[in-house]
Every structure is written in structure tokens, then in C-alpha cells.
Design a protein around this ligand. Structure first.
Ligand code: TXA
Ligand code: MG
Length: 327
């Protein structure tokens, strides 16, 4: 199969047609690119698992374009969903709800709940409006880093999908917050740009499963995700990052340090990639930095951030990329 990277402006109708025919379409969202299929068509959804090499026990998020559409994919929807929708949708928030009867078990990996999200990207919503709610995971090969540009997708899925709608670089850069509203206390299963501090005033109470999620409540959490193709480490302090860098270099390896702008100032002529000054910038640039680093270097060291707000969400991904290896 030939994979085309296309301009959504002229291809949205063709893309909707493909979805209705049971084919896959890659589309941009504000978080990362998604690999979409008709959420009501189990054969189409099956193709997602094949194209990604995704384990069958990992459920998919269903993407909608209007709040009311939730009623076609979920049931027994609590009031809190609508309050959250008013405040955060469209946006980088996925809410776990009781599964609607029209959603096949292929989407939910056999479970009775479904993740629902309304992406904040005009092309994503245009595609859904012109076709169906879309079941979609991140558009990477299973366990690789999530894609934040059409080119990242192409590098992973060339030959496995017919078209990639190129919507430019993703604004947020890390995957959505996953919030379980079916739990007794609303629980964050995956931290993201919508943080516990933002959700608590609306929900009254919210708990987070933390960066290390031991239960398989959100099955995707038990896998090492987001892993670059070369060994990756996190550094608690820049001095340690530098010591480790120099050790690798002395062994004849080509290391690189990914760090905040201010920290890069300490590095002299050591290879580095700056990911900006704020947690938001770090989130926005981290996957592109990891994609670049794995192509040009053979060891990656990432500076650790703090553990609150979006910094915690970014570190959740970075610790997984490093498989917990710290220096
Ligand atoms: O930002 C995002 O969420 C992106 C874009 C494309 O929307 N999607 C994404 O999908 O990151 P994926 O499949 O790569 O990650 C979805 C995560 C997985 O860890 C999965 O286990 C969890 O959400 N999940 C999905 N449905 C669930 C459910 N019903 N219950 C618990 N966890 C669920
Ligand atoms: Mg993913």
C-alpha cells in the first residue's frame, strides 16, 4: 500500500469516504496524531491493531466532534461529564464512561467502559463530522514514541495506511489526560495537559494513580511506551547528565542531552537539544526531540523536571521512554 501525506483542505471528503468504507485515516489532533477508524465498525477497528502491532487487550479512545455525540458511544453518562465538557472540550481530556451498546468490544478490548474525547483540532472534528466517531490510538508503531508531525507518522506507518492528513506540528505535544469517571472517586489514569489541579475544582475530588501505575486498570499503562530506538536515561541533576555524557563520549559513543534552555547553557559544546523554558514548551517539544535524537545519536539523556502540573505529565512519558533508567 502506498501512503500519501495530504493537505486536509482538499482531502477531508476523500478521507471521510475512506472511513465510511472501513479504511484507516491518520489525522492531526492538538495532542499527537491519531490513527482513526469508524468506531462502530469492528472490522475497521481491527485494522488499527494490525497496522500498529498493538496488543489486543489495550482499549482505544473514541473521538467525537460534538458533546451530544457522546450519547451514541456511551451510556449512563454522569452530569460531571457535561460539566467537564463545557470547561475542557474540545481539548486534551479523555473521559472513561460506561460503554454504549453500539460500540463494539474490539474498541474497548472486551471491557464495559469507553474512553471519549473531543479533539481541539479543526481537521479532526471536520473528519468526524463528515463520517463517524473515530476510534483512534496515537499513530505510531506500538511502543514507539508518539508522533507530533506527519513525518513522524510516515516514518512509522509508511505502507500500512492509505493517507496521513498533514495538520502541521501538534500544539500540546503529549497525549490527553485520561480521567476515569466510572471509579468511585474520579481518577486520573494518565496525566496530561489537563492537570489534577484544573479538574479538582470542578469534580470536588480527584485522585491520580501517580506516575507508576501498578494496576492494569488502564491497560496501556503496563507497557513500556514511548521508547526511542536507542538507550535512554533521565538525569536528576545536570551535573550527573554531564558526567554520564562524558563517560559515553569517552567510550566512543555519540550521546545527546535533552534539557531546558537554561540547563543547555551549562553544556559547552556537548551535543544537546533544548526543549524550551516552560513545562508547556517541554511537553510541546519532547517527542520531536526524542525522534531527532534517536536518528542522530546513540545515547539519550533527558533532564528531569519537577513533579507537579504539566511537568509531572511530561515526566510520566520521559520515565517510560527511559524505562526507569536514571543517572
Ligand atoms: O491524546 C490522545 O489521547 C491521543 C490522540 C490520538 O487522541 N490518543 C492516544 O491513544 O494517546 P492511545 O491508544 O495511544 O492511548 C490511550 C490510553 C491507553 O493507555 C489505553 O489503555 C487507555 O488510554 N484507555 C483507553 N480506553 C480505556 C478504557 N476504557 N479504560 C481505561 N483506559 C483506557
Ligand atoms: Mg499511544
Amino acid at each position: 500500500m502506498k501512503t500519501l501525506i495530504v493537505d486536509p483542505k482538499s482531502y477531508i471528503d476523500k478521507a471521510a469516504e475512506l472511513i465510511l468504507k472501513g479504511e484507516l485515516v491518520v489525522f492531526p489532533t492538538e495532542t499527537v496524531y491519531g490513527l482513526g477508524a469508524d468506531a462502530f465498525n469492528p472490522d475497521a477497528v481491527e485494522k488499527i491493531f494490525e497496522a500498529k502491532g498493538r496488543p489486543q487487550d489495550n482499549p482505544l479512545i473514541v473521538h467525537i466532534s460534538r458533546t451530544e455525540q457522546v450519547e451514541s458511544v456511551a451510556k449512563d453518562i454522569p452530569k460531571a461529564f457535561y460539566t467537564l465538557a463545557q470547561r475542557f472540550m474540545p481539548g486534551p481530556l479523555t473521559v472513561i464512561l460506561p460503554k454504549g451498546d453500539k460500540i463494539p468490544y474490539t474498541v474497548t478490548a472486551g471491557g464495559d467502559t469507553v474512553g471519549v474525547r473531543m479533539p481541539d483540532n479543526v481537521w479532526a472534528r471536520a473528519l468526524i463530522s463528515a463520517s463517524r466517531p473515530l476510534a483512534a490510538p496515537s499513530a505510531n508503531i506500538s511502543k514507539h514514541i508518539s508522533p507530533t508531525t506527519a513525518l513522524h507518522v510516515y516514518e512509522d506507518l509508511n505502507g500500512r495506511v492509505p493517507i496521513i492528513l498533514d495538520g502541521g506540528a501538534c500544539r500540546v505535544g503529549i497525549e490527553s489526560t485520561v480521567l476515569d469517571l466510572t471509579a468511585e472517586i474520579p481518577t486520573i489514569l494518565r496525566p496530561g495537559a489537563i492537570t489534577a489541579d484544573m479538574l479538582a475544582p470542578i469534580l470536588g475530588e480527584v485522585t491520580a494513580s501517580g506516575t507508576v501505575i501498578k494496576t492494569a486498570k488502564s491497560p496501556g499503562m503496563k507497557y513500556q511506551h514511548y521508547a526511542p530506538g536507542v538507550p535512554t536515561f533521565t538525569a536528576q541533576e545536570m551535573l550527573r547528565a554531564i558526567a554520564e555524557y562524558d563517560k559515553f563520549a569517552a567510550e566512543g559513543l555519540r550521546p545527546v542531552i535533552i534539557a531546558r534552555e537554561v540547563s543547555c547553557g551549562m553544556l559547552g559544546n556537548r551535543a544537546h537539544i533544548s526543549v524550551g523554558s516552560t513545562g508547556e514548551e517541554f511537553a510541546n517539544r519532547i517527542y520531536a526531540a526524542l525522534h531527532d535524537a534517536e536518528k542522530c545519536y546513540d545515547r539519550i539523556i533527558v533532564e528531569e523536571l519537577g513533579d507537579s502540573g504539566i511537568e509531572n505529565s511530561v515526566m510520566n512519558r520521559v520515565f517510560k521512554a527511559a524505562g526507569g533508567h536514571r543517572v
